[in-house]
Design a protein around this ligand. Sequence first.
Ligand SMILES: *Cc1c(COP(=O)(O)O)cnc(C)c1O
Length: 241
Amino acid sequence: MSEFLCSRYDNLEPYVPGEQPKDKQYIKLNANETSMLPSPNIMKVLKSSRMDRLGFYGDPDAIELRKALAERYDVDIDEVFVGNGSDAVLSVIFLAFFDDKEKIAFPDITYGFYRTFSKSFAIDAMEMPLKDDFTVDVDGYIESGRHIVLANPNAPTGYSIPVSEIERMLKSDSKRLVVIDEAYIDYDIENESCVPLIKKYKNLIVVHTMSKSRNLAGAHIGYCIADKALIEDLNGIKFAN
Ligand SMILES: *Cc1c(COP(=O)(O)O)cnc(C)c1O
């Protein structure tokens, strides 16, 4: 550590990314990497991309991607926010909406970045213990009076919360934000995505990644879908300077 690092980071425990073997002999199942190629359509687009354009910035508003996502999920383009991986999307969400007054709760056993972001951004975060059977204590979250961040299905337990239970949290207080990180939703054949609920609840943000089920970890593309007022705030923070 240098003498210049801000004191707010005194207690920071940096997130330790999983080891990436350089010889690439292995598939990291614990990072949900895969040996399978992405969709042939993706390969076609990549092969036809204009390498001579690499010296130019892409569209900061990612209009084409947002349009395609909006069509795919039957939402409006101004209900879609994209970032460099869902980690970047989550970090803008945490920066925009949470602090020492806008307190949050997430499970004690879950995706490690929620803790890291909370510490980096001095967010008052409560780590709610999972129940003895590793499921999420929905009533505990409702009673906490805090905003809620949940990976659904959760990692590394693999357990899901049914959409009806997520609705119970959303309905419990319209002033409470509920962030549902659906990085693994495509692996869960029994439960549905919460994306359609964004039309009904203005306090819901659903976060997705292209890194896992879409086999595109190297592209690092993430996005979230929410009411357009929330998306407008996220764009405001993303482009704030
Ligand atoms: C992998 C993962 C992410 C981050 O994915 P990106 O590669 O940054 O898009 C976010 N949340 C969960 C729960 C994850 O497992």
